[in-house]
Ligand binder design. Structure first.
Ligand code: NI
Length: 167
């Protein structure tokens, strides 16, 4: 869990910039791509990341604007990516303006569990990273170019003229 706002801010800026690259690579045509029949589409998965930032954070008492309901998935990739940008910035603004480091060790009921606020922030990041990984698989299957997340993509190895690393 986080014990200082400074360490959360550094990690959130890095992870949300990476998630933004993934969101920015979506297209209107690929939003409806399903994981498997009856499972979340690529658009719904992306929107779940956006709405859960807000849904989780407000349970700690943080106040930030809602991006909209989880049921109303935007049909526009641009709209979805913009909503992620606004919501990820709103979370950081809320933490920085409404909390001090001491607040991170206070506990709140989140999804029925007693979590220190610093743990809730950690879980928001892990939840996002988990679904972001699912998104990049679906994006590959949909024929989209996937941005680098924690290292170069297959395309980037080729563009760098370097042999791909052994698996
Ligand atoms: Ni989830």
């Amino acid at each position: 869990m986080f014990t200082t706002i400074e360490t959360f801010e550094a990690e959130w800026r890095q992870e949300s910039a990476t998630t933004q690259k993934v969101m920015d690579a979506l297209t209107d045509e690929t939003l409806a791509r399903e994981v498997a029949p009856g499972f979340r589409t690529l658009g719904r998965l992306a929107w779940h990341i956006v709405t859960q930032i807000h849904q989780t954070a407000v349970q700690t008492g943080l106040e930030l604007p809602s991006p909209g309901s989880e049921e109303n998935v935007p049909a526009s990739a641009r709209e979805l990516a913009d909503a992620y940008r606004r919501t990820s910035e709103a979370l950081l603004d809320a933490v920085r303006s409404q909390w001090t480091d001491a607040k991170l060790s206070e506990t709140n009921q989140v999804f029925g569990q007693s979590w220190p606020n610093g743990l809730t922030l950690r879980i928001i990041i892990q939840h996002e990273v988990h679904h972001r990984g699912q998104m990049t698989v679906l994006m590959r299957q949909a024929g989209l170019r996937v941005p680098d997340v924690y290292g170069p993509t297959k395309e980037m190895w080729g563009e760098m003229g370097a042999p791909e690393p052994a698996l």
